[in-house]
Design a protein around this ligand. Structure first.
Ligand SMILES: NC(=O)c1ccc[n+]([C@@H]2O[C@H](COP(=O)([O-])OP(=O)(O)OC[C@H]3O[C@@H](n4cnc5c(N)ncnc54)[C@H](OP(=O)(O)O)[C@@H]3O)[C@@H](O)[C@H]2O)c1
Length: 316
């Protein structure tokens, strides 16, 4: 059956926006329940996408947004927070979404987890993602779980962050410089979600996702800095110092660049269990190399820098 009426939880975010755009292109009607509808203006412009203000931690709200839908996609996730925040977003919410799907007769759920999700993992992020996976697997729904490594693309919080740091710092001290990652392009992840949705071969399956190549964090930071026009030396920060720095960042207002929990996640490499990696054929994706896609938006940072300098000079 073609599924055409979809709720996307977490649809307002970086990955969600790419998935929603693809669903709309495919002719689906998409509902995005958001904490702040005004933060999802870019989605409101899409012809068959509706964005509503909703508290998705409320069961009655879940029942109402799921009524009459064909399928749900859950992308809600956080990178920083307390144990209670991680449990609420990554473990309790998937369980409640799954239960609400069952009540509403929505049989299909595609769930975003992460590579390294593990109830016994070293970080709160990984443990809570592992608990969320367990809840989805136990739901009795037709579920699919996707577990990507770090995701890059215009608007990412990863390569862009290093590119921005390189603009202001002559040397980049990085914690866990030798940890390995396997970045995957956001459009490849979005395609995997949309293709999985109504492919029965993906039902009750979990899929690791990674890009075509493995890099150390040091290589990724060097790459981002150079692509943004600010090549910089990268040095490994001693573990003790990295922890103190992360603690200070957590105390500063706003989202920290790095938290102690992020450092805990980096105790393990974030790469797929088989190498070289080939995505499962039923996901219908070909992997795009980072070197082809990332410079296109990282170079924008460079262009914005240049315009900033022009503006400063001309006072406009
Ligand atoms: N980006 C990566 O490298 C990566 C890698 C592996 C897995 N993932 C997973 O992919 C998913 C999407 O990530 P992303 O990069 O797109 O993150 P993002 O841009 O921060 O988007 C997260 C989404 O979740 C929503 N959200 C967060 N906390 C919420 C809460 N307590 N209640 C309701 N909604 C909440 C956000 O809503 P607001 O717009 O209201 O904030 C947003 O729509 C997450 O589950 C993440 O763990 C990401």
């Amino acid at each position: 059956m073609k599924l055409t009426n979809i709720v996307v939880f977490g649809g307002s975010g970086f990955v969600g926006s790419a998935i929603v755009a693809r669903l709309v292109e495919r002719g689906c009607r998409v509902l995005v329940p958001a904490r702040r509808r005004d933060k999802a203006k870019h989605l409101i412009l899409l012809p068959t996408c509706e964005v509503v203000d909703a508290d998705i931690h409320d069961d009655a709200t879940l029942d109402s947004v799921l009524a009459g839908r064909d399928a749900a996609i859950n992308l809600v996730g956080i990178l920083h927070g307390s144990q209670a925040d991680f449990t609420r977003a990554h473990a309790e919410l998937p369980r409640r979404i799954a239960a609400a799907c069952a009540r509403a007769g929505v049989k299909r759920l595609v769930h975003m987890s992460a590579l390294g999700a593990d109830p016994n993992g070293p970080s709160m992020y990984q443990r809570s993602k592992g608990a969320g996976e367990a809840a989805v697997r136990a739901s009795g729904l037709a579920w699919t779980i996707l577990q990507p490594s770090v995701i890059f693309g215009a608007g990412d919080q990863f390569l862009n962050m290093f590119a921005k740091l390189a603009r202001v710092a002559p040397v980049l001290p990085i914690a866990g410089a030798d940890v390995k990652f396997q970045p995957i392009w956001v459009e490849d992840v979005a395609a995997a979600f949309v293709n999985a949705l109504d492919n029965p071969a993906t039902v009750d399956q979990s899929y690791e996702l990674g890009g075509p190549k493995v890099y150390t964090l040091r290589e990724l930071v060097r790459f981002a800095a150079a692509a943004a026009g600010h090549p910089r030396p990268v040095v490994n920060m001693p573990a003790g110092l990295a922890r103190v720095q992360a603690r200070l960042m957590e105390l500063a207002p706003g989202d920290p660049l790095m938290s102690r929990d992020n450092l805990d996640s980096m105790q393990r490499d974030n790469i797929t269990s088989t190498q070289p990696f080939a995505p499962a054929p039923e996901l219908g994706i070909a992997l795009s190399p980072m070197e082809a896609e990332a410079p296109l938006y990282l170079a924008d940072i460079r262009a914005r820098d240049r315009y900033g300098a022009y503006r400063a000079r001309t006072r406009r």
